[in-house]
Design a protein around this ligand. Structure first.
Ligand code: ADP
Length: 235
């Protein structure tokens, strides 16, 4: 039996996006990027540099106008919209700056909702939500409404919701942007732990301190993506 090599989680081949305008805006210039399973990578760049454009492509929310994007070895351009939506729901866990929790649902219900479109019965959904919340240190707050939780706890619920479908990739957009320094550090520590457990993590941030936590940093500036942290200006 021949074992096929494990494909990268993300493979960008000359991926670019130009918004049609008018006038057209080349928000992401052709770039190559490979993210291997188990990597922790940050994408850093100032406001307007193309980070959201990159996030939307990597998260299968937008199609590039040029190039090829393989997710887990699957060419995401050649599949139907419904399959792409399925791929997004099953392989990518999103964590946003603003948490995006439903206010009238408990922590556990918010996590369970991520599995709504999976063929999982109610009892299994509850059990998996419980496990995911325990994994992020919130087993004791499962029945709380988001309004009764601190910012850091809300972000933990959002991370549990992202993890519960057992995704290939945790895609985080400014995950500490709404948190004070101590809480942000605790969330970054949680991401370190998840990475230690083998999770592939991609964090998009404008904050060099958040970027520095990862194994690897790529920089976007004026739509140009380059491997490596931004060069410091010489004094
Ligand atoms: P960032 O997330 O780093 O702030 P964006 O990806 O949002 O950057 O934006 C990159 C560039 O693309 C900016 O010049 C922005 O004005 C432009 N842009 C973003 N969205 C659109 C759009 N829908 N149409 C045209 N231009 C856009």
């Amino acid at each position: 039996m021949t074992l096929l090599p494990d494909p990268p989680v993300i493979e960008f081949r000359s991926v670019a996006l130009t918004y049609p305008g008018p006038p057209p805006v080349s928000a992401l210039l052709p770039c190559d990027l490979t993210v291997r399973r188990g990597e922790y990578i940050t994408v850093v760049g100032p406001s307007g540099s193309g980070k959201s454009t990159f996030l939307n492509i990597a998260g299968l929310l937008d199609l590039p106008t040029h190039g090829t994007y393989l997710l887990d070895g699957i060419d995401t351009a050649t599949i139907r919209d419904v399959e792409r939506t399925g791929l997004r729901g099953s392989r990518i866990g999103f964590v946003f700056q603003a948490f995006h929790l439903l206010p009238h649902r408990t922590a556990r219900e918010n996590v369970e909702l991520a599995m709504l479109y999976q063929r999982t019965n109610r009892a299994a959904r509850r059990a998996r939500a419980h496990t995911a919340l325990e994994r992020v240190g919130l087993g004791h707050r499962m029945d709380a409404l988001p309004t009764r939780l601190s910012g850091g706890e809300r972000q933990r619920v959002a991370i549990a919701r992202a993890l519960v479908t057992n995704p290939s990739l945790l895609l985080c957009d400014e995950p500490t942007g709404n948190l004070d320094t101590a809480t942000a550090t605790a969330i970054l520590h949680l991401l370190d732990t998840l990475h230690g457990d083998g999770m592939t993590i991609l964090v998009i941030t404008h904050d060099p301190q958040v970027a520095a936590r990862a194994q690897r940093t790529v920089t976007i500036r004026d739509g140009i993506l380059t491997d490596g942290a931004p060069q410091r200006a010489h004094p």
